[in-house]
Design a binder for this molecule. Sequence first.
Ligand code: ZN
Ligand code: ZN
Length: 450
Amino acid sequence: MTRLPRLVAAVAVWLGTALPCAISLADAQPRPTDIAAEVDAVYAQAESLYKDLHRAPELSGREEKTAATLAAGLKALGYEVTTGVGRTGLVGVLQNGAGPVVLLRTELDALPVEEKTGLDYASTVRTKDDSGADVGVMHACGHDIHMAAWMSTARIMAAARDRWAGTLVLIGQPAEELLRGAQWMIEDGLLTRFPKPDVALAIHDDPRHPAGVIGYRAGPSFSNSDTLRITIYGTGGHGARPETTVDPVVIAARTVLALQTIVSREISAFDAAVITVGAIHAGTKPNIIPAEARLELSVRSFTDKVRAHLLSAIDRVVKAEAVAGRSPKEPLIERVDGADALVNDPGLTQRIATALSKALGPARVKEVGPEMGSEDFSRFHKAGIPTLMLRVGAVAPAAFEAAETSGATLPSLHSPLFAPDRERTLKTAITAEVLALRELMPARAGPASR
Ligand SMILES: [Zn+2]
Ligand SMILES: [Zn+2]
């Protein structure tokens, strides 16, 4: 509401200066508001921070330098900053009078991927991973885009405090790629030591859409993920005398096939579900029957009901196949990792999508499909906070068009070739964040608060 006069003024100025006079007001699409000028004014700093972060990626849980860079940046802008929240996490708070508390999250971590983009600011960082292997390190998920946008949003919000009221809680979250950092921060008092958020927002770049576009989706958007390790026991012996053994390789092979029918025969065709046996380990030599075999599974779903059915059916099938194969001991089924489905609050999603569409035009704000990936931003939803993760397209529009025409596959997130269309992606991310925050924390009527 309070933005309307400014919007009208901005449209009038824009029409007066930029449009050929043959186009009438009635023909005009929604025009950029003064948000575009605000974002232009911070862009040089955003790009410089982005390149610095891109050149110096750090693996999950080891984001010390990244966190220090962001902490120093927020402090300089006047935020009250606390570091070491959930290991390398940080929290910056800006109080700006009475109003809602809104959390905006960025991730800090990069991936063990050797960059192959050929960009002049490509990462050449190498390190040892937790297993001691030498690995390249790259921001292949675009978390550097998120951090640079987040810092620019912090800058705009700190500079224009008359345009919003409330408390802004900016968090830099470690170890998203391990699906653990959000929980680390919550366990370390994120929701009790700091102003408790009424709403939590995040943004993620998206290699499925052209840069300039903002994607939203109400309800489940990323899947539940459960990683299982299953040990099947046999009785080892000579490969030439199988009758003296119980062969766990054969039981494992039957188990892998039996697991395939859970999704196809027990889950409705209208429910999304995946069971993938991504790893199978057993044995050392052709003439030795081993004593055990290990399977590693990735299990995906969108609802609690389907998730519970999949896990219970896996338990049933694995144990029954072991009995059928004369296994001497019940299999060990361990859940080693996982995340809950990311569920965007429907009311919040609609409110922000409407506000963005009004400011930027419907062509730039699109409903997007769900993904069978996982995100630990879901921890905030599980903690009872209404959440929304927006997506920002990351592909140069010309490359996107060319790929649509030719059917070529564009590099996905986590690819060594992933290179977001830097300027458009950053500017769109900053724009979306600032507009969403101002929608959620509108300025009070009357004189400016500061
Ligand atoms: Zn990722
Ligand atoms: Zn990511």
